[in-house]
Design a protein around this ligand. Structure first.
Ligand SMILES: [Zn+2]
Length: 86
């Protein structure tokens, strides 16, 4: 089940308020459960937190080395374009 899709559905103004509220609650519960189960590593590589939390997919993020001395590396997920520097 996708947190991203549940949240998109709750943003739809065509749903009755009670159903939208229940979907939002389910999305929040699912996201919290995935955050608590998040393992940042996959076989020695880093796992994308967005793909895991929002879609339950275990995908690697790729290290993009810095271009200049003293700059931090960037980590990029090619599935969702999540990017973090560190
Ligand atoms: Zn991702």
């Amino acid at each position: 089940m996708s947190v991203r899709i549940l949240n998109a559905l709750t943003d739809s103004s065509e749903l009755p308020m009670s159903i939208a509220s229940e979907l939002k609650k389910k999305a929040n519960e699912l996201a919290a459960q995935r955050v608590s189960n998040f393992d940042p590593h996959i076989d020695g590589a880093f796992q994308c937190p967005r793909c895991w939390i929002e879609d339950g997919r275990r995908l690697r993020i790729v290290t993009v080395p810095s271009k200049a001395l003293g700059e931090l590396n960037t980590y990029h997920c090619f599935a969702c374009n999540y990017e973090i520097t560190g």
